[in-house]
Design a protein around this ligand. Structure first.
Ligand SMILES: Nc1ncnc2c1ncn2[C@@H]1O[C@H](COP(=O)(O)OP(=O)(O)OP(=O)(O)O)[C@@H](O)[C@H]1O
Ligand SMILES: [Mg+2]
Length: 255
């Protein structure tokens, strides 16, 4: 299940003591139901802010966000944001951590199997009774992903979900995320600093400017999934995107 997402002329400034801080500048994006896009941009440009607006946690100063044809005005279980520094509640088991959202909405009773399914999906079935301190970093990130997935979101917003992990763990989780996306079919918006991650997972890569973020360029990635890092088309797109971000890799030339 998934829904269209449309970001229409969204601009925003935060009010700070020294004056307004413009963070988003006329962002427009149309994201078809069931597609997966990535947002790349310099640190502090406004990516997490944009995800919070899509999630409905805050409202933008100007412009509209339309999800499944309806304007977003508040958070809802169809749009779930997995936070940049998602932490599990240390006092609760993995199972209870994943159940948090459903329990808060009084939707847990009779639907306990959803928790088990989400844990199976992220391959943590055997760790339902474990506590967060008994998990590795990668397992904790997977538990956080299960906590988002258990809501069966139509739109899943992922803010650097694998940011703190080592490269190998990250690769494994990227493959798992792809498999979960294929199975569940949510509309995905991934914020990442990892150009390769964006290219391996998404149909479109949106490059944002420095703050206030504008859409600088949009790259379509027309390669079948799963993709290979050493696919020449992916390699040359990676160089193009790094160049758009102002980081042309030394010794490499855009095709
Ligand atoms: N609630 C807030 N009040 C005031 N300023 C804020 C608030 N939230 C974010 N900002 C500012 O908005 C700017 C964009 O922040 P945001 O977290 O969206 O950046 P980001 O692109 O996600 O950065 P990073 O890649 O480092 O995570 C930053 O300058 C930040 O200080
Ligand atoms: Mg951020």
């Amino acid at each position: 299940m998934s829904m269209d997402l449309s970001i229409r002329n969204v601009s925003h400034s935060f009010a700070l003591q020294g004056g307004p801080l413009p963070v988003l500048d006329d962002i427009s994006l149309d994201i078809p139901a069931g597609s997966f896009i990535s947002l790349l941009g310099p640190s502090g440009c406004g990516k997490s802010t944009l995800l919070r607006f899509i999630a409905g946690l805050e409202l933008p100063g100007r412009g509209d966000i339309i999800a499944g044809g309806a304007p977003v005005r508040a958070p809802g279980p169809s749009r779930i944001l997995a936070f940049q520094d998602a932490t599990l509640f240390p006092w609760a088991t993995v199972w209870n951590n994943v159940a948090t959202g459903l329990a808060a909405r009084h939707e847990l009773k009779g639907r306990e199997s959803l928790i088990d399914d989400a844990l199976e999906l992220v391959r943590l079935g055997g760790f339902a009774k474990a506590y967060p301190h008994q998990l590795s970093g990668g397992m904790a990130q997977r538990a956080a992903l299960a906590r988002a997935l258990v809501n069966e979101p139509q739109i899943l917003l992922l803010d650097e979900p694998f940011g703190k992990l080592d490269a190998l763990t990250r690769m494994g989780l990227q493959e798992e995320l792809l498999a979960i996306w294929k199975r569940t079919g949510f509309t995905g918006v991934l914020v990442t600093h990892d150009v390769e991650e964006a290219l391996l997972l998404s149909g479109r890569v949106v490059v944002l400017s420095d703050r206030p973020a504008r859409v600088l360029r949009i790259f379509d990635v027309q390669r079948p999934l799963p993709r290979r890092r050493d696919d020449p088309a992916i390699v040359s797109l990676r160089i193009e995107i790094l160049t758009a971000l102002g980081h042309a890799p030394a010794g490499e030339v855009a095709a």
